[in-house]
Design a protein. Structure first.
Length: 82
């Protein structure tokens, strides 16, 4: 299944608890779209949050994030890894 890295750019000040809550909101509904969110990272200073997932499409990733209340600004398919 394709892998994706998505980026949120407006989460300045995000805390550990807020990141965990947002990630859990994705996990709670990811099955509806066939997405498997694996990890999330954040930089509270810049407000950037990065999420790694396996999904059938970038659109599926976007739909989960939108429904969970934190739309992604960018979704990138990962096609080369090391």
């Amino acid at each position: 299944m394709p892998m994706f890295m998505d980026v949120h750019t407006s989460m300045v000040g995000v805390t550990d608890d807020a990141l965990r809550d947002a990630h859990q909101a994705d996990l709670d509904i990811q099955g509806d779209e066939g997405v498997d969110f694996q990890r999330a990272w954040a930089d509270p200073v810049s407000g950037h949050v990065f999420c790694l997932s396996e999904a059938p499409s970038a659109e599926a990733v976007r739909r989960v994030h939108e429904r969970a209340g934190h739309p992604a600004d960018e979704v990138h398919e990962i096609t080369v890894t090391a």
